[in-house]
Design a protein around this ligand. Structure first.
Ligand SMILES: Cc1cc2nc3c(=O)[nH]c(=O)nc-3n(C[C@H](O)[C@H](O)[C@H](O)COP(=O)(O)OP(=O)(O)OC[C@H]3O[C@@H](n4cnc5c(N)ncnc54)[C@H](O)[C@@H]3O)c2cc1C
Ligand SMILES: NC(=O)c1ccc[n+]([C@@H]2O[C@H](COP(=O)([O-])OP(=O)(O)OC[C@H]3O[C@@H](n4cnc5c(N)ncnc54)[C@H](O)[C@@H]3O)[C@@H](O)[C@H]2O)c1
Length: 474
């Protein structure tokens, strides 16, 4: 079969059919495909959110933003430099020039690997029976196992949707034609912060509105408070705020907040959370149960839905929406389909996360508050990067690492970092939490390169080990 030709209509059942060619594609590796009749179907570009409109493009933009920020900051180091121009079309096209061709080759790549790849919407019409809405007409296929990996989409709050004003989401903002002078951002979570960091560094004036009291709430109270303070110096930040009206006027998009504050911008980016793509999937006819409130497909510890031999993974079923977790779930479900007598549970512990803002934020395990809420007797040691030689090199005044450890045993329960490259610096702490290492073991077993930024992590671990040895003061 040529890479671009569609698969022939099939009447015989597939052994495995995957709905969603984002993380779902990982289910169909060589071991799974070999000797089996497999298929994958996707209604959008292959590669899903991460490749086409999520992790990868956003981080490619983050790098361009970091370059701009470095130039703006250069005078602090005795180097006078200024930005002569920001060529947005070139920044954008560098990103999508690479990504779009990669995505376009997805179906062909799958076919070359022996998978029947369909490019259309899938809808359950019965127990492990799916209608494929091909442009040439619908066909029905069945499969012994079906994996639902259909992802999630951005939520548009009612007040915005009902206004009829054209807004952006993370699906569209990275492909716009020109940079807005003033960007309104609704939402102070991961996407809001990353996009504000990118567009702010590229020269847009950012106004960010969020419901919560701080930005990056999930990073823990201390980091969230520190990050919010930095954000307030750069952007016009409105916390604890809700939007009551949205209006398109000749001079831009106007928002009014519940306290009466008027705001105006050239574009409005809505980053108010995401909702699973269950609508139109026909899950009822397949007997797949969905949580009414969150809209997530319900799965057990092994990734099984309520329907026999129907599995689900990634953003459609997971409370934590991260690509590395979705990939891990795909690997586990693949194992579970191949080894029905030796099922493995989905990973639920020590799932790291990062916000690729400026500065970056990264976390794993418990925050000090979460440890307290779980009734743990825990200590928290916070170290600034400015205590290390690398911090001096950066003239850093804001970066910190907190290690949370169990009092007595010193076992590392969690960590939060706000620093340049926090998404990389966190990795030894991810290892410590995953393996249940004590802070002293994690700090003293390896040698740490001097004078690297990683000494921040070593120091915080040593502090946590010391604190954990102290008895509780009552
Ligand atoms: C802007 C942004 C930045 C992000 N950055 C990061 C990051 O840095 N790190 C990180 O870990 N995570 C990041 N994420 C989250 C990450 O992208 C997702 O958690 C991950 O991609 C989810 O994978 P998935 O396979 O569950 O869903 P998806 O990748 O969304 O795949 C679902 C696929 O199913 C298809 N589909 C849906 N319905 C149907 C249907 N009825 N029939 C056929 N096909 C269908 C869709 O077209 C889609 O291709 C980011 C997300 C966004 C939005
Ligand atoms: N670096 C990464 O790993 C990365 C990057 C981007 C996205 N993601 C994933 O995508 C998911 C979705 O991101 P997100 O930023 O859309 O969601 P989020 O849940 O992280 O943040 C949503 C924010 O919007 C605010 N909000 C919600 N409704 C609002 C309203 N009506 N008015 C004002 N504020 C409102 C919330 O208070 C919250 O701060 C994340 O949870 C994350 O898992 C990950």
């Amino acid at each position: 079969m040529s890479p671009s030709s569609p698969p022939p209509p099939v009447t015989a059942p597939y052994d495995v059919l995957v709905i969603g060619a984002g993380s779902g594609r990982m289910v169909l590796n060589e071991a799974m495909v070999s000797g089996r009749h497999t298929a994958i179907v996707d209604s959008g570009p292959y590669g899903g959110t991460c490749l086409n409109r999520g992790c990868i493009p956003s981080k490619m933009f983050v790098h361009a933003a970091d370059v701009a920020a470095t130039i703006r900051d250069a005078a602090r180091f005795g180097i006078d430099a200024h930005i002569d121009g920001v060529r947005w079309p070139d920044i954008r096209d560098r990103v999508f020039g690479r990504i779009d061709s990669y995505a376009a080759s997805g179906p062909g790549g799958a076919r070359d690997a022996g998978i029947a790849a369909y490019e259309c919407r899938a809808e359950f019409v019965g127990e492990r029976r799916v209608r494929l809405h091909l442009p040439t007409g619908g066909i029905e296929v069945s499969a012994d196992h079906i994996v639902i990996a259909a992802g999630a989409h951005p939520v548009i709050p009612d007040v915005v949707r009902q206004s009829g004003v054209r807004v952006d989401t993370s699906d569209t903002i990275m492909r716009i034609e020109e940079l807005p002078k003033r960007l309104l951002v609704l939402g102070g979570g991961v996407i809001g912060i990353e996009m504000a960091s990118i567009f702010g560094a590229l020269g847009c004036a950012i106004t960010l509105v969020t419901q919560g009291p701080v930005l990056a709430r999930r990073a823990g109270e201390d980091v969230a408070r520190r990050f919010t303070a930095i954000a307030r110096e750069r952007w016009d930040v409105h916390t604890g705020a809700s939007v009551t009206t949205v209006e398109q006027r000749s001079d831009g998009i106007h928002l009014r907040l519940s306290d009466g504050t008027p705001l105006v911008g050239d574009r409005l980016l809505v980053a108010a959370g995401r909702r699973p793509n269950t609508a139109g999937l026909g899950l009822e006819s397949a007997g797949v149960a969905v949580d009414a409130e969150s809209g997530r497909v319900l799965v057990d510890d092994y990734g099984r839905t309520s329907a026999e031999r129907v599995w689900a993974l990634g953003d459609i079923s997971s409370e934590i929406e991260l690509k590395h977790l979705a990939n891990s779930q795909a690997r586990t479900i693949r194992h579970n389909i191949l080894h029905p007598d030796a099922l493995e549970p989905l990973r639920t512990k020590a799932i790291p996360a990062a916000i690729f803002s400026d500065p970056q934020i990264a976390l794993v395990g418990l925050t000090p508050e979460a440890a307290r809420a779980e009734g743990r007797d825990a200590v928290a040691a916070t170290r600034p990067l400015s205590d290390t030689a690398y911090g001096w090199a950066l003239e850093d005044t804001t970066s910190v690492c907190t290690v949370v450890a169990e009092r007595g045993s010193g076992v590392v329960l969690g960590a939060q970092i706000m620093a340049p490259f926090a998404s990389s610096l966190i990795q030894p702490l991810v290892d410590a939490v995953t393996r249940g290492l004590t802070a002293m073991d994690a700090a003293a077993t390896p040698l740490w390169i001097h004078p690297a930024a990683m000494e921040l992590v070593e120091n915080a671990l040593l502090d946590a080990a010391r604190l954990a040895r102290r008895p509780t003061v009552r």
